[in-house]
Design a protein around this ligand. Structure first.
Ligand SMILES: NC(=O)c1ccc[n+]([C@@H]2O[C@H](COP(=O)([O-])OP(=O)(O)OC[C@H]3O[C@@H](n4cnc5c(N)ncnc54)[C@H](OP(=O)(O)O)[C@@H]3O)[C@@H](O)[C@H]2O)c1
Length: 263
């Protein structure tokens, strides 16, 4: 799969799905711009790559008012962007009755608003350049609901509405919108997700049955290459697939089961 001469921005490139997707893009010949808060982690993970192919831009995406000038700086230095992969995100797990509402703001800021702001900034440049592709990592939690995910599903469902609507507007500018909706992928996501008070869980609860982030990256590159509208990134037989199908075709059964299962 070749992305030779393409320039890709990946947010959340210091870990998990973003890190592996960045490495897969690099292997396929793309120039990759890595964005996340941790400069050290990105430097350590990408030290074996050529600096001209792989450029690090540390940034905290919760600084929404700085995203536009951040994107302009990248474009001024690195040239036109062909693909944006909005990947960065944080999870949250708590009953709504227990949650401090500040957690809603924190998660919505990164998982939803930073995507809207980043997309808005890059879109202008893509339109001026004659087109591009915006891929976004949402989640199966943006397609189906489960207990203790009021915050996370709010952000990810909002992304689906935003992106499906945007797709209808930007096709005429030759800009493609691809939704990447993972089920369970083995990363540090579970360790970093926030509890009811906004503290990271600190340990990974994701079961070993998830997809490896390397396999997830392979599926993501293929979906981007084929300009897919939406792809579910999950092992066949994963509860995510079962959930999506039951939610769609047997909604009453879905809610009967989902009340009783901690997914
Ligand atoms: N793993 C799964 O099972 C799963 C399932 C469905 C959806 N997803 C989605 O996949 C995406 C990637 O998650 P992952 O599983 O790879 O988790 P991860 O290993 O925890 O990676 C999350 C990435 O997001 C970055 N990030 C978080 N907050 C940020 C901020 N304020 N500014 C800039 N970067 C920030 C982190 O970098 P820094 O800490 O260095 O900033 C890190 O690189 C997320 O959007 C998540 O919702 C994951």
């Amino acid at each position: 799969m070749s992305f030779k001469n393409k320039t890709v921005i990946i947010t959340g490139a210091s870990s998990g799905i973003g890190e592996e997707t960045a490495k897969a893009f690099l292997s396929s010949g793309a120039k990759v711009i890595l964005v996340s808060r941790s400069k050290e982690k990105m430097e350590a993970s990408f030290q074996s790559y050529d600096n001209s192919q792989c450029v690090i831009y540390p940034f905290d995406l919760s600084q929404l008012d700085k995203i536009d000038s951040f994107v302009s700086t990248i474009i001024k230095k690195e040239g036109p962007i062909d693909i944006l992969f909005n990947n960065a995100g944080i999870g949250s797990e708590s009953l709504f009755e227990d949650i401090d509402l500040s957690v809603f703001h924190e998660v919505m800021q990164v998982d939803y608003f930073s995507v809207v702001y980043f997309t808005k900034s890059i879109l202008r440049h893509m339109i001026d350049n004659g087109g591009g592709q915006i891929a976004t990592n949402t989640s199966v939690a943006g397609l189906i609901t489960s207990r203790k995910r009021t915050v996370y599903s709010s952000a990810k469902f909002a992304l689906h509405g935003f992106l499906d609507s945007l797709r209808l507007e930007v096709g005429k500018h030759n800009v493609d919108i691809t939704i990447i909706a993972p089920g369970k992928v083995i990363t540090n996501f579970g360790k970093n997700k926030l509890d009811s008070q906004g503290n990271p869980f600190g340990k990974n609860s994701l079961m070993p049955f998830g997809l490896s982030s390397k396999k997830a990256a392979k599926i993501i590159l293929k979906a981007i290459k084929n300009k897919k509208r939406q792809v579910i990134v999950s092992k066949w037989g994963d509860i995510a697939w079962f959930g999506v199908l039951v939610y769609r075709f047997f909604p009453s059964l879905y809610f009967f089961l989902a009340k009783r299962i901690d997914a």
